[in-house]
Design a protein around this ligand. Sequence first.
Ligand code: 8DG
Length: 130
Amino acid sequence: MDLVVVGAAIISDGRLLSAQRAEPPHMAGGWELPGGKVDPGESDEDALVRECHEELAIKVRLGRRIGGDWRLSERSLLRVWTAEIIQGKPRALEHLELRWLTPAELYDVDWLPGDRPVIEELAHSHPWHP
Ligand SMILES: Nc1nc2c([nH]c(=O)n2[C@H]2C[C@H](O)[C@@H](COP(=O)(O)OP(=O)(O)OP(=O)(O)O)O2)c(=O)[nH]1
C-alpha cells in the first residue's frame, strides 16, 4: 500500500507559506508544503492538522483539496489541502526557513520535485483562498 504524505497550502493575505526542509541530506534546502506522513489509524486531515502544529506551532483549519493523489515515488503519494491559520504565527520548529510567497513569487524558491505539479496547479487556481 502507498505511504500517504499530506501537505498544507497555507494561505494568508493572498500569500502561500513555503517551508525549507532541514533533512534528510538529499532533500535539505528544498522547499515544500508543511505536512508529513499519516500515522497508522489516523485520518489524512487529522495528520495534517497535527503536523502543522508540530512543525509550525499553529492551529489550522483545512479548506479544499488541491488535485488528487500526487505521486512522490514508487511507494508514496502526496495529498494537499488548502488551509487557514486560526491560531498562532508560524515558526520554523523543524524547517530551516519559512517564506510567504505572493503569486508572483511562487517560483522564487526551489520546490522539491514532487511539489512542482502541485504548485503549478495552485498557480492556475486564482484567486487563492483557503
Ligand atoms: N511534508 C512534506 N513532505 C514532502 C513534500 N513533498 C515531498 O516530496 N515530501 C516528502 C519528503 C519526505 O520524504 C516525505 C514526508 O516526510 P516527513 O519527514 O515530512 O514526514 P514526518 O514529519 O511524518 O517525518 P518522520 O516522522 O518520518 O520524521 O515526503 C511536501 O510538500 N511536504
